[in-house]
Design a binder for this molecule. Structure first.
Ligand code: SF4
Length: 446
């Protein structure tokens, strides 16, 4: 397997002759099938500003400045048009279940009543156009504006809440501060407590990895908050913007961190162990399943974003690459989501292995890794995305570690079955046990 020169070095791939560099990901030569599979997840930007200023935020301090031009809150007329387009798409593709993720900025800045009304509007439109289709709704929030009354409203509307935080203590959340530099932790701790008391509305936790922290402590502290699910996110980085921690002595600081967290999770046999999406996805992929997340695997992209001005966009992570990277030029007033499916940037991400760099195609773990998150492949030198992930070495090491642990577990389980009969000894910690419900109700992005 060929390798990039160094964690900080640019990848070796170059744009192919005759291909425009700035849009190298917009490959037109490998067409989608005539009727590509429809979108199943709609990330709906409700409010374009945030009341926090996390030090690692890629939206407000990254290269994409499009947020400055957008309406703060999505106008009612745009909400109606989004609902119409989603219903149209759900009906046309006969999709039985879709997911709405109400996002920001901080979505609760729009007010809980507005969020409930948005969800109701989409549900009503889908009910009319595609009777029987289910619409799951989640709000992804920083938690600072969550109150018992807000949760009551969401619970009554069947809306679940995902919380973004980095750990279960003030120290672990030191990077999550407001615009005056004050810590968000006291408010977030209250929010986590409220959610733990309302498990029917608790979707899970999203945490961005800080490699200077102790992953075991992070896992244990989050575990104490009682989430049904959690996920660890790699900070958005690419070949021109290295992730924090690359100066550390280890060549794979993020794999080191994730393996530490994995071991803590894998050994956790207490009731209430949360589902952990990244690890469950990798284990499922190792067992031959398809991926359901952008982070790993090669399943076609099923998510689309609509911003507060009605613009149809690709995922937010691309904002970390260059100004305008997520843009499609489409909007819900003039364009259907079917047009978005055919947009070259989105189509390129639905091509599985065909969209990957040569280094990835020659890689022994490619079917599990899938080249990693698309945004992490960007190279400013080529202006494109057909490169291995900037986290390549971390991903390979993590996947190999999980493969070893899974193989050992399956072997142990086989030996137990042979010795003790088909059910094995009581309490055996099976690999399958780790895989129950690998499709988690939390989103990829904060
Ligand atoms: S598939 Fe993943 S681990 Fe393999 S070369 Fe590509 S980015 Fe690296």
């Amino acid at each position: 397997m060929s390798r990039p020169d160094s964690p900080r070095g640019e990848p070796r791939s170059r744009p192919q002759p005759g291909r425009p560099e700035a849009h190298e990901h917009e490959h037109k030569h490998e067409q989608e099938p005539q009727t590509p599979t429809g979108f199943r997840q709609f990330v709906l930007k409700v409010h374009s500003r945030c009341n926090l200023a996390c030090t690692y935020c890629y939206i407000y301090t990254g290269p994409d400045g499009s947020w400055r031009e957008r309406p703060h809150r999505i106008p009612e007329a745009t909400v109606r048009q989004v609902a119409y387009r989603i219903a149209e798409h759900t009906a046309a593709h006969r999709i039985g279940r879709i997911r709405l993720d109400l996002h920001g900025g901080e979505p609760l800045l729009a007010g809980p009543g507005f969020l409930v009304a948005y969800a109701d509007r989409v549900r009503a439109a889908v009910r009319e156009a595609a009777p029987g289709a289910r619409v799951d709704v989640t709000v992804q929030t920083n938690g600072t504006l969550l109150t018992p009354a807000v949760l009551d409203r969401f619970a009554a509307a069947g809306i679940r809440v995902g919380l973004s935080l980095d750990g279960g203590s003030a120290d672990l959340n030191a990077r999550r501060v407001d615009h005056a530099g004050r810590p968000s932790w006291p408010a977030v701790r209250r929010a986590a407590g409220l959610l733990a008391a309302r498990p029917e509305t608790y979707a899970g936790l999203l945490s961005t990895i800080d490699p200077v922290t102790d992953p075991r402590e992070v896992y244990r502290s989050l575990r104490r908050l009682g989430p049904p699910a959690l996920d660890f996110l790699l900070p958005h980085a690419h070949w021109a913007a290295a992730a924090p921690g690359r100066h550390r002595p280890s060549p794979t600081p993020y794999a080191d961190w994730l393996i530490g967290a994995f071991e803590q999770w894998w050994a956790d046999r207490e009731p209430g162990r949360p589902r952990l999406r990244l690890f469950s996805e990798i284990l499922a992929l190792l067992l031959g399943a398809e991926s359901a997340t952008e982070a790993v695997g090669t399943s076609p992209l099923a998510v689309v974003v609509v911003d507060t001005d009605g613009a149809v966009e690709q995922v937010d992570a691309l904002k970390s690459a260059y100004d305008g990277a997520p843009a499609t030029g489409l909007d819900v007033f003039r364009n259907s989501f079917d047009e978005a499916l055919r947009h070259p940037g989105i189509a390129a991400r639905r091509q599985g292995l065909r969209a990957l760099a040569e280094e990835c195609l020659a890689c022994p773990v490619v079917r599990v890794c899938g080249g990693g998150n698309y945004a992490h492949r960007y190279s400013a030198r080529t202006g494109g995305f057909r490169h291995p992930s900037v986290y390549c070495a971390d991903l390979e090491r993590l996947i190999r570690h999980l493969a070893d642990r899974l193989a050992g577990e399956l072997e142990r389980r086989t030996r137990s079955r042979t010795r003790d009969g088909p059910s094995g000894p009581p309490g055996v910690h099976s690999a399958q046990g780790a895989l129950t419900d690998v499709r988690l109700p939390v989103v990829d992005e904060e």
